[in-house]
Design a protein around this ligand. Structure first.
Ligand code: ZN
Length: 377
């Protein structure tokens, strides 16, 4: 395949150096196309973040395409085989920063919408777009703010398709229908600093904490459920010491993260950690940061429409999954919307030489169009 509408629009978006939180005109490119097929365009800028809310129609149900125009930094430019913002096709593979995450999906959404609207100008309900330039950054002035604005005026999304790269081996093999919650903790266990040769005058916080850390790492928090794998606990850093080999440190700091299922709440996890530490008789502080609530879209209209569309276009039977990192779906799902993620292969995202199969672009646009047909035709 040398040329297609989806590829052409992908190339146009990939040429914009939209390193988070810079949109670099990507949303205008999309908005101009959408305006031509009857969308009402609202640019919502919050601080340094550009957001786009576009809607065609005023009725319910509202089908919304969601995603982000920002990309992660390029990393070492010398390591790229071709310049990250000069997209290049080599052997049927399109290279460029954002090729997989997620400008090709944005292009596929727009192409699918144009084709659908042409065939079904009087479709049911509404089609909407919620696009941000702050997904790869702190996610403070992006989707969450747009959702707040929509909630304040009681504008609701019924079904939301986030175009994040969900596929693993082949296009459409995985639909993400939820995400685990993410809870971070920084634990500081206190001891008493001293000389290693006089341990009776010191209290070594590393020794004191060791058994508790071991127990935390071995604990079965839950068994997961039909949709979620079991909750996991991972330590990402342990830090203590003054740099000198003859000093017992005064404190040890342990940074950890829970990825948790819907079987548990963040408060329950906090309570169980606190009980465990208390049982070990430790003196400690703990600072918690909740970076995302878990969400789940059970099998229903949206999941079925996506599965049918994938099967129709590619012959693939999609599997549901809730694995992987967080996404902006976590901000949309709490409004009551059904949310899923469906996009290209994710093997190269955030890497040097990020890429996508050119042959997957038109089928992705066809899948998105067929989902619109299933839900709104
Ligand atoms: Zn992404």
């Amino acid at each position: 395949m040398t040329s297609s509408a989806t590829l052409d629009l992908s190339l146009e978006l990939l040429r914009q150096p939209s390193v988070t939180p810079i949109d670099h005109n990507c949303q205008n490119i999309m908005a101009n196309r959408l305006a031509q097929v009857g969308f009402n365009i609202e640019h919502m800028r919050f601080e340094d973040v550009d957001n786009l809310w576009a809607r065609r129609g005023t009725q319910d149900p509202v089908f919304c395409f969601a995603g982000h125009t920002d990309v992660v930094p390029t990393g070492d430019l010398q390591a790229w085989q071709s310049a990250p913002f000069q997209p290049e096709i080599r052997d049927g593979t399109l290279y460029g920063r954002g090729a997989a995450d997620m400008k090709t999906a944005l292009a596929a959404m727009v192409i699918a919408t144009e084709r659908f609207v042409k065939k079904h100008p009087d479709h049911k309900g509404s089609i909407a777009y919620l696009i941000t330039s702050d997904e790869e950054g702190p996610s403070i002035n992006g989707t969450v703010k747009v959702i707040e604005t929509l909630e304040a005026r009681q504008e609701k999304i019924t079904w939301c398709l986030v175009g994040e790269p969900s596929s693993t081996q082949q296009l459409g093999d995985i639909i993400k229908n939820g995400r685990r919650g993410s809870l971070n903790g920084v634990l500081t266990v206190k001891g008493k600093q001293g000389h290693v040769a006089y341990p009776h005058l010191a209290r070594n916080p590393i020794h004191l904490a060791a058994a508790a850390i071991y127990e935390l790492s071995e604990t079965v928090w839950d068994k997961g459920n039909e949709y979620f794998p079991a909750t996991t606990f991972q330590i990402s850093n342990i830090h203590a010491g003054t740099g000198a080999t003859n000093v017992v440190p005064g404190t040890v700091e342990v940074t950890f993260n829970f990825r948790y299922s819907t079987e548990l709440s963040a408060d329950q996890l906090k309570q169980r950690v606190t009980e465990l530490l208390d049982r070990h008789g430790l003196e400690y502080d703990i600072v918690w940061t909740l970076s995302g609530l878990p969400f789940l879209t059970p099998v229903g209209e949206l999941v079925n429409a996506a599965k049918n569309a994938i099967h129709q276009v590619t012959g693939v039977t999609a599997e549901l999954s809730t694995s992987g990192g967080t996404s902006d779906g976590r901000f949309i799902a709490p409004t009551g919307a059904q949310v899923l993620e469906l996009g290209v292969l994710n093997a190269s995202i955030h890497q040097i030489n990020e890429h996508v199969n050119v042959a997957d672009l038109e089928p992705l646009a066809e899948i998105y169009e067929e989902i619109l047909v299933q839900l709104l035709a």
